[in-house]
Every structure is written in structure tokens, then in C-alpha cells.
Design a protein around this ligand. Sequence first.
Ligand SMILES: Nc1ncnc2c1ncn2[C@@H]1O[C@H](COP(=O)(O)OP(=O)(O)OP(=O)(O)O)[C@@H](O)[C@H]1O
Ligand SMILES: [Mg+2]
Length: 379
Amino acid sequence: MERITGALAAVRNPRTGADVMAAEQVRDIATSVDGKVRLTLLLAPEDDATLVRDVRQAIERLEGVADVRVDVRDPAQSEPTPARRAPNPAMSQPMAPAAGGMGRALPVMEAAPQKAPPKVPEPVAYPHLGRVIAVSSGKGGVGKSTVAVNLAIALAKAGKRVGIMDADIYGPNLPLMLGVDAPPAVRDEKIIPLEAHGVKVISLGFLIEKEQPAIWRGPIVMKIITQFLRDVQWGELDYFLVDMPPGTGDAQLSLVQATPVHGAVIVTTPQQVAVGDALRGVKMFERTGVPVLGIVENMSWFENPETGKPIALFGSGGGERLATECGLPLLGQIPIDPRIQEGGDTGRPIVAAEPESRAAKAIEQVAQRVMERMAARQG
Ligand SMILES: Nc1ncnc2c1ncn2[C@@H]1O[C@H](COP(=O)(O)OP(=O)(O)OP(=O)(O)O)[C@@H](O)[C@H]1O
Ligand SMILES: [Mg+2]
């Protein structure tokens, strides 16, 4: 950690001349034992976007660092509140395919971030999407995308028409998890979603080059989310799942400003630190008027795939405590199963690939409860 802050102290903001640590532009530095580093960079609209690259490179140069992820946030939006502050970007153009139909279509990104907070966008309902459900957490890496993907497949297996959208524009991983990665076709100015395991899917991962750095700021998040809702040929759906990025930042706020969200599923791991973050996630949705459907506890215990024997982990029961504390149902507890990770890396989600496993059954139970909760709300 000291090496990281040391390296960051050497990165100067060309606009102010101050280093990014002294200027408190860096937040939420997180590291993992396998050398992954993740942080949030507060980038003002007048800051040079090359600062993102400089920060990334400074950390990449450190020994032992395998992977760096920089989430960019507009300092004006760093404390999300229900007082809706996101600028209203001009959102008139649908995504266009690249010239000649070759390469990948790029979202429209030329809108300059505006300085004065303009008027608040009104959420637009898209009835053909069915029930819009956000899968979120406070903390990164707890298994949101895993839960979202498998929940989508479980709902499809239950006969529902399901779409899933990747709102994690800085680290889209639905293409990998669902095993689809191709530039989607564009027809009549609408993007045709890809389909995998009976689920329609759209991700920024389909539309950008892999190595493109994450330099988008708040207004762009809103724009992309709106384009995914509006300009994709989803057809008639029963459920529309949104895989959120970690935290309670731009994407969460943008989604609730873009469209009415009918429910949120909050994913946590059993450990206290994840639970604290998840609680913030719950509060954020409640403040914005989105009903939280319940808590999913992921990585609840270790499941030996050979014997099926459960091995309890240190720090358990967090999901249950959180659910009780918030007066919310615990929708399910999913064990750690190495096949979840393998399946996630090879496009074979466990609900499709190992439907008899305890983890798949746990997720199908979550799907069942989500359907019950939604039916109760509708009726
Ligand atoms: N129950 C589980 N058992 C084993 N591996 C799991 C389980 N849940 C998730 N994983 C693995 O943990 C890693 C993180 O999961 P995932 O990407 O779903 O988390 P996330 O919350 O979406 O992360 P991010 O915050 O980066 O979006 C992945 O490699 C995934 O395969
Ligand atoms: Mg994810």
C-alpha cells in the first residue's frame, strides 16, 4: 500500500501542478493478494484525461502488480445523494456502426462534460423491458456479475424472457462470463443484442477495443446506460437485469435517473467488511426509492466439488445479519465452488453447466424468490 501511495505521489496533475495524492484525487485504493490494484480517481471535467493513464502506468510499474483498474469519477458527483445532480447529456444519437460495417461500433462520446448542473433527467419507462432489477453491492469482487448472469439464466430456465445489461463500463465482464464476444449487428438504428444460454445481453465489452483505457466520466455513464436501454432491440422481456459496477457511484445514480428500477438485489460476502459496504448499497437504493428485494450472500462456505462436503469459512453469517438489520429477506446463500470461477472464465455459467450443483440450486432459489417478490409487488 505504501508503495502504491508513494508511486501516486509522483503523478502530477498537469492542470494544477499538484500530485494526485496531495490533491486527494485518489480514493478507495484496494489491493488483492494476487497483485490486483483498484482505485477511484476523481477527475474534474477540466482535468486532462491523460491523468488516468499516468496513474495506471505509475502503479503498473510497481513490482508484484498484475492488474490495475482505475474507476473514474467526477468529483462533483463523488457523494451520490438523491438530490439528482447528474448533468443531462445530449442523448439524441443512437450508436452507429463503424464505417463500412467493419470493426466495432463505438458509443457516441463527444459530448463535453458540462460544468453547471443542468436540469435533472426524468426517468423514462421502457415497458417492453419488463421488471428492471439491479444487481449491486457496496464492495467489488463479491460476485455481482456471477450472481447476475446465473440469476438471468435461472429466470430464463423458469420460462421468463430475460435480458441482461452490463452497467460496469470500466470493467465489463459479461462477455467473458456468458461466452459471447462479437460486435453486435445494428439494424434500423437499433443494436441487436447477443444471446447466450437463453438470455439477451449487451455489454460495452462488445463495443470497445479491449485495451481502451477507462477515461469516461459521469455524464458518459448516463449516456451509455440510456443508449443500452433505448437503442437496443430487446424485444418483449419479463425481466431486465442490470449488472452494476461496485460501489454507490455514477452507474447506480445514472440507472435510477434513466429509468424506473423495480428492484435491487444486493450481493455480499459473509465477512463484516463486505457487509458494511453492502449496507451502504442498500441505503443508496432505498434513498432513491428503489425497493431492495433482498440480500444474496455469496461465497458463504466452501463446497468440496468431489465430496459435496461443506467447509465453513471464517467470518460467517454476514448476509443473515445484514438481512435482519435491514428487515430484508435473505434470498439465498451461494457456496464457494471452484466450478463457478472456471465457468465464469469460460462462458459456462454454473446454472447452465452444472445445474445439479448446490451453488446452481442456491441461485435457482434466488430466482424463485425474486419472481415471488415481484409478483407480490405487482399484485
Ligand atoms: N461462489 C463462488 N465460488 C467461486 N468463485 C466465485 C464465486 N462467486 C464469484 N466467484 C469468482 O470470484 C470472482 C469475482 O466475481 P464477480 O466478477 O462475479 O464479482 P463482481 O462483484 O461482479 O466483481 P466486480 O466488482 O469486479 O464487478 C470471479 O472470478 C468469479 O468467478
Ligand atoms: Mg462485476
